[in-house]
Design a protein around this ligand. Structure first.
Ligand code: SF4
Length: 409
């Protein structure tokens, strides 16, 4: 499926995290972070593979102790995606991670504060051609800046923290930089990124930090990240969820696909919200369809609709869909009725025809079916349902009558 975004992208400098370009108009990448002990390199690699399968382009691992750096030395050569080492407090861990061969470092300016330490790390990264993310975090802002701005975290303080760090990097001639100014407050992070985008051309890594468990965490992160992406701000993204990190990678991928900023890899399942007309349990059938398509690489829009009265019309733009009616499933392809199957075969039919369309195309699929016959069948079931349920299956008209009576009395 073609990428369809029309959002203008802010032009940034480009750098490479391993073989993944970041910034400079390159595709927006999805990042996630392992939650295993990095020292346990086999468990960490397993999680990295899971994340890559779910859509992560870049994965970060903590490097908090010498054993973690040793783990990285084993992980990096076998990883399917570039690895970023996350560094807090101990600048020596950054040097150890570079020795382990990582593709990028993340430094938190709030807790690696000594200029000579920052410059030592930047010099080493410069010599090795390894980029650094300046990862400002509202919750661990440099204490001096926190005080300077009245003991509150402000967007200005976060931006100043990032610029100070870049200043140290400049002193040693290092400019392979990307920046994040994350906060757990969505309005705060939006403001901070907007201000940062005004004053720098370095690529930006977007995220809402400590967004929390599902589903609130996904909603918070989406609110922040999507708002900025729609303004053209952002070159790489991470959802920080209190959940299996695979959910982070999936969420990132879905967001970019939804915004037309990333080529769709898997199915885009749409489903009606169900209502009084529904002939099936739409939620259950949609979930069944979701797991049937799971991670199959079928980049089609597929619809599950609760009734044949309105379903095929409402989902006429989908590549294919199925609508329930009279204990049968009415398959439609690009809005054209195609086939009628028993209700319990609806999901299998969707998968079978999605496979066929992927291999042979929509035209070939429509040639294989009797459209006229399917239309007649659909019309018959539609009429039968209308006869049974009437035009007002959701009782709206009778309710409106009741409301009028209450209001008039
Ligand atoms: S009218 Fe039919 S397709 Fe539309 S929401 Fe109701 S059940 Fe679903």
């Amino acid at each position: 499926m073609e990428v369809q975004s029309t959002f203008p992208r802010r032009l940034t400098k480009q750098l490479m995290v391993g073989d993944v370009p970041v910034g400079g108009g390159s595709p927006i990448s999805v990042q996630s972070m392992t939650i295993t002990k990095t020292a346990d390199h086999e468990a960490t690699l397993q999680q990295i593979y899971d994340l890559a399968l779910a859509g992560a382009d870049i994965v970060r691992c903590t490097c908090n102790e010498p054993e973690a750096a040793e783990g990285l030395a084993r992980i990096v050569p076998r990883s399917p995606v570039p690895i970023v080492a996350d560094i807090h407090h101990q600048y020596r861990m950054a040097l150890a991670a570079l020795e382990a061969g990582v593709d990028c470092l993340r430094l938190n300016p709030g807790n690696i504060r000594k200029p000579e330490h920052i410059k030592t790390v930047a010099s080493e990264a410069r010599d090795r051609g390894v980029p650094i993310r300046v990862g400002v975090n509202g919750g661990s802002l440099h204490p001096e800046l926190y005080e300077k701005y009245g003991n509150v975290v402000t967007p200005e303080a976060m931006v100043e923290s990032a610029l100070n760090e870049i200043g140290y990097f400049a002193e040693v001639g290092f400019d392979l930089i990307k920046i994040s100014v994350k906060a757990s407050s969505v309005p705060l992070m939006i403001d901070a990124y907007r201000q940062l985008a005004e004053v720098t051309e370095y690529p930006l890594h977007l995220g809402v930090t400590e967004a929390g468990p599902l589903p609130g965490g996904v909603i918070k992160s989406t609110a922040g990240i999507a708002t900025l992406l729609a303004e053209g701000i952002g070159d790489t993204i991470r959802y920080s969820l209190t959940a299996d990190p695979v959910e982070e990678a999936k969420a990132g991928r879905y967001l970019l696909e939804s915004l037309g900023l990333r080529e769709r890899k898997n199915v885009d399942l749409i489903a009606c919200p169900s209502c009084g007309r529904a002939e099936i349990d739409v939620v259950a059938v949609a979930e069944e369809a979701m797991s049937a398509f799971a991670e199959r690489e079928i980049p089609l829009q597929v619809a599950v609709m609760g009734c044949v009265v309105n379903g095929p019309g409402e989902a006429r733009d989908a590549d294919l869909g199925i609508a329930a009616g009279n204990k049968r499933g009415h398959l439609f392809i690009k809005g054209r009725n195609a086939l009628v199957v028993p209700e319990d075969e609806m999901v299998d039919t969707l998968v079978e025809w999605a496979d066929f369309i992927m291999e042979h195309g929509t035209e070939a699929a429509l040639e294989r079916v009797d459209v006229k016959k399917a239309e007649r069948e659909a019309a018959r079931d539609r009429d039968r349902l209308l006869e049974e349920q009437g035009e007002d299956a959701n009782d709206s008209v009778s309710r409106i009558e009741m409301i009028k009576r209450h209001v008039e009395n």
